[in-house]
Design a binder for this molecule. Structure first.
Ligand code: SAM
Length: 193
């Protein structure tokens, strides 16, 4: 459910540039802190309404736009964890979540290192950090049994950054996991294990 506070936070974050804010990624190159596009937020919220995850994980918080859409669709009593490795960006996102009174915890750290310390499984995971890290992050989540049969997996940029997502996308095919690619501006993968 979106309170007026969440509504106004989303409206403001939707005005942020969709391209252009850079950071140094895991390969020492430029990565882009691009928020989800205008066609994706409502879809993320609809997917959490439809799948009703009690525990969800997002990888790649940035300023918190997608986190607000995801948590807005989650049922009463649910919780969203989200991971961001840029300290100031993560701290600001946590302050926004607290201000909006949503049940979201921002973990500040490199995603795979954070995943290594997590213990409770998730019903839904949204991948939206460095694209060539989706596959190793997925392997870590599986290995640590943080996801399993029934878990819903979502991933942004599987069309516009398809090559960087190649190993991740190939995993679904190789393992016969049903998955769908919704033709949003960037391409959203929707799958259930
Ligand atoms: C595309 S942006 C996320 C946008 C956000 N999901 C939204 O729509 O509002 C990717 C974010 O992931 C963070 N990031 C990139 N690689 C990371 C990693 N290995 N571990 C943790 N955070 C990472 C970046 O700092 C950046 O803020």
């Amino acid at each position: 459910m979106r309170t007026p506070k969440i509504e106004s936070a989303i409206a403001e974050l939707e005005t942020y540039a969709k391209h252009g804010e850079s950071y140094t990624n895991m390969d020492g190159r430029y990565g882009w802190r691009n928020p989800i596009r205008a066609d994706t937020g409502g879809l993320l919220q609809a997917l959490t309404v439809a799948t009703a995850p009690k525990r969800a994980l997002e990888i790649g918080t940035a300023h918190g736009l997608s986190a607000l859409y995801l948590v807005s669709g989650m049922p009463e009593g649910a919780h969203l964890d989200t991971i961001e490795f840029h300290e100031e960006v993560g701290r600001n996102a946590q302050a926004l979540m607290d201000d909006c009174a949503v049940p979201v915890k921002v973990f500040i750290g490199e995603a795979r290192a954070v995943i290594d310390g997590l213990t409770e499984p998730y019903d839904l995971v949204f991948f939206d950090a460095q694209k060539n890290q989706y596959h190793p992050q997925l392997m870590d989540l599986l290995e640590r049994k943080l996801i399993g049969p029934g878990s819903v997996l979502l991933a942004d940029n599987v069309i516009d950054r398809e090559e960087e997502c190649r190993a991740f996308l190939d995993w679904f095919v190789a393992n016969g996991v049903e998955h769908h690619i919704v033709p949003t501006e960037c391409g959203l993968l929707v799958a259930r294990l």
